[in-house]
Design a protein around this ligand. Structure first.
Ligand code: NAP
Length: 514
C-alpha cells in the first residue's frame, strides 16, 4: 500500500486533526496501513451527544428512525467496495469481509424493517394494559430512550459489523452513540463511519468516533448513559468495576469470552447427512475469519464411538483449507488480525495442550516473500480424551482457528460438558432424532444465548452456527458476559428506560400515542 491513511476521530461534528499516533500494520505482510490520531476531548464529545444528538434523535418517531437506518445502510452498501479493499488488510478473505461488511449492512436493514412494527410515536409499549382496580384506573409499561449517551467499545474482529450491530438498536431506540473501535483494524471502522457521515443520513451529534485513548470517558458517565462492551473478559471486568460505573449505576453490557460448543447427535454416525453437515460446519467455523469469531465453535462434542471418524473427516477437510494472501480467491484461511493476536493464540494453545493433544496444525505456516511477515496460523484441531476432568478446554478461548474435539458418553454427559463452558453465546446440535434434540435443548438452553438445531431437512436454509442474526438475541450468560445485543426490540432495551404509567385509559392512550 502506497498511501498511509491518517486516521481521525470525529467529535462534535468535525473531523479532528490527525495526530502522530501509533502505526497500524497490515495483517498480511506487516506494511503500514494507517496512523492513529491523537487524543480526543471526550468531555466535549459526551456533552455534544447529550445536548445535540440525543434531542435530535428523540424528536423523531421510531418509524422515522427506521427510515434513517435504511438510508445509512443504503449509503454504506453503495460504497462497500471501498470497505472490501481495506478489509483485506485485517487478514480477511473476501468471504470473511462479506461476513463483516454485508452482515453489518444487513443488520441496519433488519432494524429498519423492525421499525415498521413499532409505533409512529415516541414511546414503545411493553405488554398490554394492566387492570389495577374496578374503575377506570389502569397501568401500562412504556419504554423511552435514555437521555444520555451510549458508549460502544468494540473488539477488533468485526470492524464494520461490530460497529453497526450495536449502533442499529441504539439509534432506533433514540440514543446517540460514541463509538470506540478496537485500535487494530480501526481504519476499516473509520471508513464505514465516514460513509455514514458523508451520506447525511444521521442527525447531527447522533454518532461520534473515538479512536485510540478513551482518556477519562468512563469517569464522566452517569445513570442516563449506557456502555456496551465487546472484548476480553479481563478488560470487561476492569471496566465494569470502574468506580464511577459502579457509583452512578451506569448500565454496562458485556460480550466477552465464550467457549461455544457444537454437539453431534448419537444418531448421526458416519454416512448420515448430519455427520457430514457437522464436519463441514466445524471446519467452516475454524477457518472463517481465521476463527476470530466470538461465536465460533471451540468445543466439538461427539459420541465416544465416533471420535476417530469425526477427527479423520475434519483433518481431511482442514487439509484442503489453503492458507495465504486473503486477496487471492483460492485462499480459504486468511491471517489473524496481527502478530500480537497470533502470539495470544499460541500462548493459549500452549495452555490447552496440558489437557489435549494437537492432532492437526498447531504451527505458524511456512509462507514466502512478504507473507512471511503476516499473522498466519494453521487451522488447529485438538483432541481431549477426558473432557469430564479437564478445565482449560472449557475455559480458555484461543481466539483463532482452534477447536477441541472431545467425546461424550450419553446425552447427560454432553449437557454436562456443554455447561462446563459456564455460559456461552451459541451452541449447535446436529441430529435427526427429535426426542434427543429436545432433551439436549432443555439441558443446555439456560447456559446459552442461542441454540441452533440442524438436520438434513433444514440444513439448506440454516444461517450457520457462528452467524449472529439481528432478529435474535446475541449474548450469553456467565462467562460470555451476560449481555443481550440484537434480537430486534430486545437489543433496544439497554438504551431505554421502562416506566409503569398509571392512570385512566384516555390518559394512558394519550401518552402512548404522543
Ligand atoms: P480487549 O483487549 O478486551 O479490547 C476490547 C476493546 O476494549 C477494544 O476496543 C480496546 O481498545 C478497549 N479497551 C481496552 N482497554 C480499555 C480501557 N481501559 N478503557 C476503554 N476501552 C478499553 O479485546 P480485543 O483484544 O479487542 O478482543 C479480543 C478478545 O475479545 C478475544 O480474546 C475474545 O475472547 C473476545 N471477544 C469476545 C466477543 C464476544 O462477543 N463474546 C467478540 C469478540 C471478541 P484498544 O483496542 O484501543 O485497546
Amino acid at each position: 500500500m502506497n498511501n498511509v491513511i491518517a486516521l481521525k476521530s470525529y467529535a462534535a461534528d468535525r473531523w479532528l486533526a490527525e495526530g502522530e499516533g501509533a502505526e497500524l500494520v497490515s495483517a498480511i505482510d506487516g506494511a503500514t496501513v494507517a496512523l492513529m490520531p491523537g487524543v480526543a476531548d471526550v468531555r466535549e464529545m459526551i456533552d455534544h451527544a447529550r445536548r445535540v444528538g440525543g434531542p435530535a434523535l428523540r424528536a423523531m418517531t421510531f418509524r422515522q428512525r427506521g427510515e434513517m437506518l435504511k438510508a445509512a445502510a443504503a449509503a454504506i452498501s453503495e460504497r462497500k467496495a471501498e470497505l472490501y479493499a481495506l478489509s483485506s488488510f485485517t487478514g480477511a478473505t473476501k468471504g470473511d469481509s462479506a461476513f463483516d461488511i454485508e452482515g453489518g449492512i444487513g443488520t441496519f436493514f433488519v432494524y429498519a424493517s423492525k421499525a415498521k412494527t413499532l409505533p409512529d410515536a415516541h414511546f414503545m409499549l411493553e405488554g398490554g394494559r394492566e387492570t389495577l382496580s374496578k374503575g377506570d384506573f389502569l397501568g401500562q409499561h412504556v419504554l423511552a430512550p435514555l437521555i444520555g449517551v451510549a458508549v460502544h467499545i468494540n473488539a477488533y474482529n468485526f470492524p464494520v459489523w461490530g460497529m453497526l450491530e450495536k449502533l442499529a438498536p441504539t439509534l432506533l431506540a433514540g440514543m446517540p452513540a460514541i463509538i470506540k473501535p478496537a485500535t487494530f483494524g480501526s481504519y476499516l471502522t473509520e471508513a464505514a463511519f465516514r460513509i455514514m457521515i458523508e451520506s447525511g443520513a444521521l442527525p447531527t451529534g447522533s454518532v461520534q468516533l473515538l479512536l485510540g485513548d478513551t482518556s477519562d470517558l468512563l469517569d464522566l458517565l452517569d445513570g442516563q448513559d449506557s456502555v456496551a462492551f465487546t472484548g476480553s473478559a479481563a478488560t470487561a471486568n476492569r471496566l465494569k468495576t470502574h468506580p464511577n460505573i459502579v457509583k452512578n449505576t451506569v448500565r454496562f453490557a458485556a460480550e466477552q469470552d465464550s467457549l461455544n460448543a457444537s454437539i453431534l447427535g448419537m444418531d448421526a454416525g458416519p454416512g448420515t447427512p448430519e455427520f457430514d453437515l457437522y464436519v463441514k460446519e466445524v471446519a467452516r467455523e475454524m477457518t472463517q475469519k481465521a476463527g476470530q469469531k466470538c461465536t465460533a465453535i471451540r468445543r466439538a462434542l461427539v459420541p465416544t464411538s465416533m471420535l476417530d471418524s469425526v477427527q479423520n473427516a475434519l483433518i481431511s477437510r482442514l487439509g484442503n483449507a489453503t492458507i495465504g494472501d486473503p486477496r487471492d480467491e483460492t485462499t480459504r484461511l486468511g491471517a489473524l488480525a496481527g502478530i500480537p493476536q497470533r502470539a495470544d493464540v499460541i500462548a493459549n494453545l500452549g495452555k490447552l495442550t496440558a489437557e489435549a493433544e494437537v492432532v492437526f496444525g498447531g504451527e505458524v505456516p511456512e509462507l514466502h516473500g512478504n507473507l512471511a511477515k503476516g499473522a498466519f496460523f494453521e487451522p488447529t484441531l485438538l483432541r481431549c480424551e477426558n473432557p469430564d476432568a479437564a478445565e482449560a478446554v472449557h475455559s480458555i478461548e484461543a481466539f483463532g482457528p482452534v477447536c477441541t474435539l472431545m467425546p461424550y458418553r450419553d446425552a447427560d454427559d454432553a449437557i454436562m460438558l456443554a455447561k462446563k463452558g459456564k455460559g456461552s453465546l451459541a451452541l449447535s446440535i446436529f441430529s435427526h432424532d427429535r426426542g434427543v434434540t429436545v432433551d439436549l435443548v432443555k439441558g443446555v438452553s439456560t447456559f446459552h444465548g442461542r441454540v441452533m438445531i440442524v438436520d438434513r431437512d433444514n440444513a439448506e436454509h440454516s444461517t450457520g452456527h457462528g452467524a449472529a442474526m439481528p432478529h435474535l438475541q446475541h449474548g450469553g450468560p456467565g462467562r460470555a458476559g451476560g449481555g443481550a445485543e440484537l434480537g430486534g426490540t430486545i437489543g433496544m432495551l439497554p438504551y431505554m428506560q421502562r416506566s409503569a404509567i398509571q392512570g385512566s385509559e384516555a390518559l394512558i392512550s394519550a401518552v402512548a400515542e404522543s
